[in-house]
Design a protein around this ligand. Structure first.
Ligand code: HEC
Ligand code: HEC
Length: 409
């Protein structure tokens, strides 16, 4: 956790200025492209209300913000993919295939061990969260979008192949292993990336050189949640801006004096799109638990415990189950010292606040493991953690009731 790697040798230096020759995406062009795609693709037809939401969906799925400057120019991922990443390899590192972008039975008739098939999938815009250019069968550029980490597919065609489900964290994705394929990174840095494993990503490693990956969280169920990120660094657009510029490598501006980061890149391909991106994220509901998966009577007893003697409801306040301030302090996040809930302080110390936010509890059934570092593999382990930490003395029946309630959220 505390091992420091020279950030200069990590992916990219904050503050680097660079003009991207091949940027391209103005908002007008984007709007035109979005309108075209929406009317041309049946898969989009269920997502029509609200112009901002439309555009936001397009940005979430397909906008790289010019981050080809990182993934192509710096990391040279296009070379590795073309040379060595077969569809089988791509699926094995958790990349997902959007069946709606392919003719029926496309994969059944192709060689899944041939990187040329991957290039063809990319050309058809069928790899979720990856946008590319292919010229004469040659992959000339790749970039990533928000959907890489925060979308998956419903596996309706095959494991890893199906319809997109936006907002669901891709917990099969192994971002570290993918980045470590780059020929541009020193071995010591690759070793760190390779240590993360599926569903984990450290959004500060390239800034501070400290290795402490987080579980990729959902991007759904955020309406009414005032502060984002495990450490409550700011609202949704703050964090979208941070990630797009400092992690994805998007071409734009981000600065936060609390973190000592100041990046300016003209043109800014990120900031003008944040309102649409916000509208889309706020429109993504948390998925309901599968029919029949929750014992209603147990969940009801669990709810009473949660809001009563177990004390959970003092921090996780309904309906979002995060901390809320009322009155004049409403703009200040209500956060907790790591020791208050028995959390590892490592990640909080690297953030702008030094503390943890009470995670909004939504669709918990859908995204194990829990806590920022995934230290609780199951909801039972979450309850055990609190039982020990707060010396609650819960009986096995009470623990089971609390778990049933958590599964119902
Ligand atoms: C490489 C994977 C990756 C990509 C790409 C990515 N994120 Fe994230 N996202 C994360 C991780 C990891 C966190 C947790 C960060 C934290 O809490 O400190 C996170 C946190 C979030 C959160 C906060 C969720 C919560 O409950 O607090 C939102 C919202 C979000 N991301 C949206 C986006 C959007 C929009 C984009 C595109 C601009 C994006 N992310 C790109 C990995 C990613
Ligand atoms: C003092 C405030 C506080 C109390 C009391 C509290 N929590 Fe939490 N809860 C937090 C914080 C802070 C986090 C984030 C910790 C982290 O990610 O490391 C959290 C995280 C969680 C998570 C993980 C969610 C996810 O998506 O990873 C669950 C589940 C949870 N709490 C359930 C409970 C239950 C059940 C109780 C009562 C037994 C409880 N909490 C009591 C503050 C609290």
């Amino acid at each position: 956790m505390s091992k420091r790697i020279d950030p200069a040798s990590a992916v990219r230096k904050p503050g680097r200025r660079r003009v991207l020759a091949a940027s391209g995406f103005t908002l007008t062009a984007l709007a035109a492209a979005a309108a075209f795609t929406l009317s041309a693709t049946p898969a989009f037809s269920d997502a029509m209300p609200g112009g901002n939401r439309h555009l936001g969906q397009y940005i979430f799925r397909f906008d790289t913000f010019g981050d080809e400057q990182l993934w192509t120019d710096t990391l040279r991922m296009h070379e590795v993919i073309q040379a060595a990443v077969s569809p089988r390899t791509a699926l094995a590192v958790g990349l997902k295939v959007d069946a709606a972008a392919l003719p029926p039975n496309f994969l059944a008739t192709r060689d899944l061990d041939d990187p040329a098939t991957t290039v063809e999938l990319l050309r058809r815009n069928a790899v979720v969260g990856v946008v590319s250019k292919v010229e004469d069968g040659q992959l000339t550029s790749v970039g990533i979008t928000c959907a890489l980490c925060h979308s998956t597919v419903d596996n309706s065609v095959a494991p890893g192949v199906g319809r997109r489900v936006d907002g669901w964290p891709n917990l099969d994705l192994n971002p570290g292993a993918i980045i470590a394929l780059s020929p541009a990174l020193p071995e010591e840095v690759k070793a760190v990336y390779n240590s993360w494993g599926p569903g984990r990503y450290d959004p500060r490693f390239n800034i501070d050189g400290i290795n402490g990956p987080l579980v990729i969280p959902p991007a759904y169920g955020l309406a009414g949640v005032p502060f984002e990120t495990f450490s409550g660094d700011g609202p949704i657009s703050y964090w979208n801006n941070y990630v797009a510029v400092t992690q994805m490598g998007g071409h734009g501006n981000f600065s936060d004096p609390r973190l000592g980061i100041s990046i300016e890149q003209t043109p800014d391909l990120v900031t003008p799109k944040l309102p649409q991106l916000l509208a889309y994220q706020l429109s993504l509901p948390a998925p309901r638990p599968p029919e029949g998966s929750v014992n209603a009577a147990a969940a009801q007893r669990g709810a009473a415990l949660f809001n009563g003697t177990a004390g959970c409801g003092s921090c996780h306040i309904a309906p979002t189950y995060t901390d809320v301030h009322n009155g004049p302090d409403a703009d200040t996040p209500l956060l907790h010292d790591p020791a208050e809930t028995g959390m590892d302080p490592g990640y909080a110390q690297r953030s702008a606040t030094g503390k943890y936010r009470s995670t909004p509890l939504r669709a918990l059934w859908q995204h194990p493991p829990y806590f920022h570092d995934g230290s609780a593999p199951t909801l039972g382990a979450v309850v055990d953690h609190y039982d020990t930490h707060f010396a609650l003395g819960l009986t096995p029946e009470q623990k089971a009731d609390l778990v049933a309630f958590l599964k119902s959220l």
